[in-house]
Design a binder for this molecule. Sequence first.
Ligand code: ADP
Ligand code: MG
Length: 758
Amino acid sequence: PVDRSPEIQEARLKLPVLAEEQVIMEAVRENPCVVICGETGSGKTTQVPQFLYEAGYASGSGIIGITEPRRVAAVSMSHRVAKEMNLPTQVVSYQIRYEGNVTSDTKIKFMTDGVLLKEIQKDFLLQRYSAIIIDEAHERSVYTDILIGLLSRIVPLRNKKGMPMKLLIMSATLRVEDFTDNQKLFRTPPPVIKVDARQFPVTIHFNKRTPLEDYTGEAFHKTCKIHRMLPPGGILVFLTGQAEVHTLCRKLRNAFPFRKGNRTAAEDEELETSEGMRKFKKAKQKKTVSLPRINLDNYSALPVDEGDEDREAGIGDEEDGDSDLDLGDDTADTEEKADPSIPLYVLPLYSLLAPEQQAKVFRPSPPGTRLCVVATNVAETSLTIPGIKYVVDCGRVKKRFYDRVTGVSSFKVTWTSQASANQRAGRAGRTEPGHCYRLYSSAVFGDFSLFSEAEITRRPVEDLVLQMKDLNIEKVVNFPFPTTPSAEALVAAEQLLISLGALKEPPRAGSVKEMQRASLSSPITPLGRAMASFPVSPRYAKMLALGKQQDCLPYAIAVVAAMTVREIFEDLDRPAQNDNESTKLIQRRARLTQMRRLWAGQGASLMLGDLMVMLGAVGACEFARCTPKFCEDNGLRYKAMVEIRRLRGQLTNAVNSVCPEEGVFVDPKMNPPTEHQVVCLRQIVLAGLGDHLARRVQAEDILDPKWKNGYKTPLMDDPVFIHPNSALFKTLPEFVVYQEIMETSKMYMRGVSAVEAE
Ligand code: ADP
Ligand code: MG
């Protein structure tokens, strides 16, 4: 008995997944596990939980759980489903790392995959749930993979105990063999239900040439052309990262400014810069001048041999080619005329963007404007933006690469996969036939890999291994992974955990091979269990576990929180957008340098290096009540500071539940640590980062002038460096430990702290 509003009901009926409700629910009744595949936007995430609810899966004591790989999706989908079902958020709720609105009345619970993994540690049988939906399984996020492996064991156990539970795995692509054709995972392959998306044809246009560098500029030109030349319909641009998204948003807003009164606060702010205002005025004057017609002859139609792939993914056919787009000839004039004076309503979309800002893309754009969303990968599958008719795809994706041997991380922009490019194109055909402009040639597309690799094969796995050991899965190699991580990665993880004291040392005997084999089944230690209960990766968990000494806990918690949150300082070294910003940036940079020096302290505390700076920043920000203004003035990233604040609270709770006798609390007026405490903190940090040790290159070892001031690490031939922004850039201590090595213009250590040479 769900009481939906007529509008909602009408919108639901248009969703392809609704046509499959019977088939899905019958399959769920008859099978413990079911796989559902359907194009993004077909209604899986919003509707399937409702099907289960209406079929009574939440009417007893059990509830329905849905996992999402992204926090954005967990929060926004819970709101959407609550609204559709006309139920309060006490009933349709969400839980993410730091927050949630789950109550004892909750019947449908959206959560991140990490949250469910933690719940499995508390109750392996997940007795609160009558059904679990693993959403976005095609993303192959590490936690999703692990959850599927665990649930493949939990579901039969629940059945055996007479408390049956259902598992639904949902994917936006048809590539599900890793789950279905995997004897280790499911002995009887689960049925796969395919939801036929009502996908309108999307015409794919390849660039003849592929810009190798300035694809943001190319995206700008293409978007302008579309806006000037083509009939109404939203534009969705795919770029790779936040900075690019902002750059393009700014350029587009300047090129097609809003009329006064139509603007939102963000755009107002944008225009307040003198540059923006000048352009705005200029554009206003120009409005009557008709723009030159540009022939969009830079495109070619989809090559024949690629048609099938696209049809499979629901992208539709390529038949009508460019004809209706060839604006150079008269046929175009029969089309609804594009009006270049229409303002472009430009919105950014990326995962770190504040939820209120993200929600804007779902709302109707102001009347008389054209919507243009500039997004990263989040718009590829997790969120569906209404009204998109044109997609501009740069064909790239930003990924973190991790060198398994050296541990060096880097963010690199690489070509995406064919499957992802097709997902992106598909975003254009949700409401009517659409067009996708690929900023690369068909030959380049042909060289893309077919699919993206599962994340588990691309990153270190010590956190997973520890979580699994805590679940008493001793032989991690035998775990039913949908895709098994490499043996090297597993061995490296176990060895790190042994060195941190989280796993028992294997008996020292026999060959290296034998020892490795033995170490692959090392059981967890009591320290390891305490570490597993902290929501940070093992190195940092170790620091928390040691923090008890010398009243260091509150400091250890603050440092760990700061170290595990991405990038607490604003990037003030970025190129300025205009002269006005340039002056501002120079001033702010100077201020941040000054603050960094202040936070680094003097004498003993200076030797804690970058970590002392972080501690100082966290303390100062908390003292100033963590306001956006304080952050802005002092070069801190507001979102990061808010996250650190929440994490401090959460880590404090976690520590208290492990050692209640400590009675730690978050002190808003934390004094700087004493000299003695700093020494102690450095030891704590060393205990977690002991294998990240680097020694100053000795004078006699400088083989190349570039090696001056370099540091030598055990695993790399070439030296690494202390960044000019580091607190230790001038000190250059003999020995240091670092959080990680990032390769940018040079190999730089991040989060550097000095180690006492004994
Ligand atoms: P899938 O999970 O198959 O990708 P969803 O269930 O997420 O599909 O989306 C189904 C439809 O619901 C989409 O057309 C989308 O535009 C719409 N929708 C989802 N969230 C919202 C929202 N917050 N506001 C308005 N419409 C939404
Ligand atoms: Mg979905």
